[in-house]
Ligand binder design. Structure first.
Ligand code: G4P
Length: 262
């Protein structure tokens, strides 16, 4: 592999990134694809792009579902290809195609990306000797080949905030986590980073107390229990569902760190 194309979720670019890949892909060209950019806040996505570019990565913003941003990915890969060609030439290697591989955590959109990116170019060059059967190279053009099987990375759960953000965004199953706890985290984050959004959607006041926010949403949306008490759990599910369905607008769940320590 010459270039590792690493997909991250534009709504959670750090939490959906496995830091081990930096070690695994040392000495390779690196392209970070901010996928699902259609669901993220455009301003924050631009900030993330600058953040990763400053670290030396090539970066593209993409919506794999609609194919938006694929031209940018192609032109970045082409750029890498030219660089590699010049390097190969110096070493006397001629006409070796650039080999690319897509990696990322489950649900980040790897299959959707490969289908959209490779499109009709799925003319396979066949199994190569020594390569596990089933793994095939998709010839994108005469200079670039893409491995049709993506590499699956596992998210890093060392920090519990990582798991929470991946659960809120729907990348990992939320039945192992408490949905009301997740909704409280989301309500807190929305209040700080997108003030007024919940107020206008639900007609509530954005109190500092997240349980009160959920209770107010429950009352506003008539999610009441038998005795007339607000059904907090139902309001929590509604808030998470509204976030995932973009009814709270395009929201990014983490901001680029201001300094390395963060
Ligand atoms: P994976 O191979 O990395 O596991 O992910 P996969 O391509 O299966 O994509 C996971 C889900 O994310 C799919 O939705 C897919 O449609 C969606 N997705 C992928 N890329 C994008 C994108 O750029 N924007 C948006 N909005 N969604 C994207 P699903 O609900 O699991 O399936 P379905 O609704 O497509 O049937």
């Amino acid at each position: 592999i010459d270039i590792v194309v690493e997909l991250v979720d534009a709504r959670v670019p750090l939490s959906s990134k496995n830091p081990d890949i930096d070690e695994l892909a040392r000495n390779k060209y690196r392209l970070i694809v901010l996928n699902k950019a259609d669901m993220a806040d455009a301003k924050t996505t631009a900030a993330w792009q600058s953040y990763f570019e400053a670290k030396g990565f090539f970066v593209a913003k993409v919506n794999s579902q609609k194919g938006a941003g694929m031209k940018e990915v192609k032109s970045l890969i082409e750029k890498v290809c030219q660089e590699k060609k010049a390097r190969d030439k110096k070493r006397g290697i001629l006409n070796r195609p650039l080999r690319a591989m897509v990696v990322g955590i489950p649900n980040v959109g790897k299959s959707t990306f490969i289908n959209s990116f490779a499109g009709k170019a799925c003319a396979k060059t066949g199994n190569k000797p020594g390569v596990t059967k089933g793994k095939q190279w998709i010839k994108l053009n005469k200079n670039v080949e893409l491995l049709d099987t993506p590499g699956i990375l596992w998210p890093k759960f060392e920090d519990q905030a990582v798991g929470q953000k991946l659960a809120i965004s729907g990348s990992i199953k939320d039945d192992i986590l408490n949905i009301t706890e997740l909704a409280m985290k989301l309500a807190d984050y929305m209040k700080k980073n997108y003030p007024g959004t919940m107020a206008s959607r639900y007609g509530i006041e954005e109190s500092d107390d997240s349980v009160k926010v959920l209770a107010d949403i429950a009352i506003a949306k008539c999610c009441l229990m038998k005795g007339g008490e607000p059904n907090i759990d139902k309001a929590a599910s509604m808030l998470i569902d509204d976030f995932r369905s973009l009814r709270l607008g395009k929201v990014t769940l983490e901001q680029p760190p201001q300094s390395e320590e963060e």
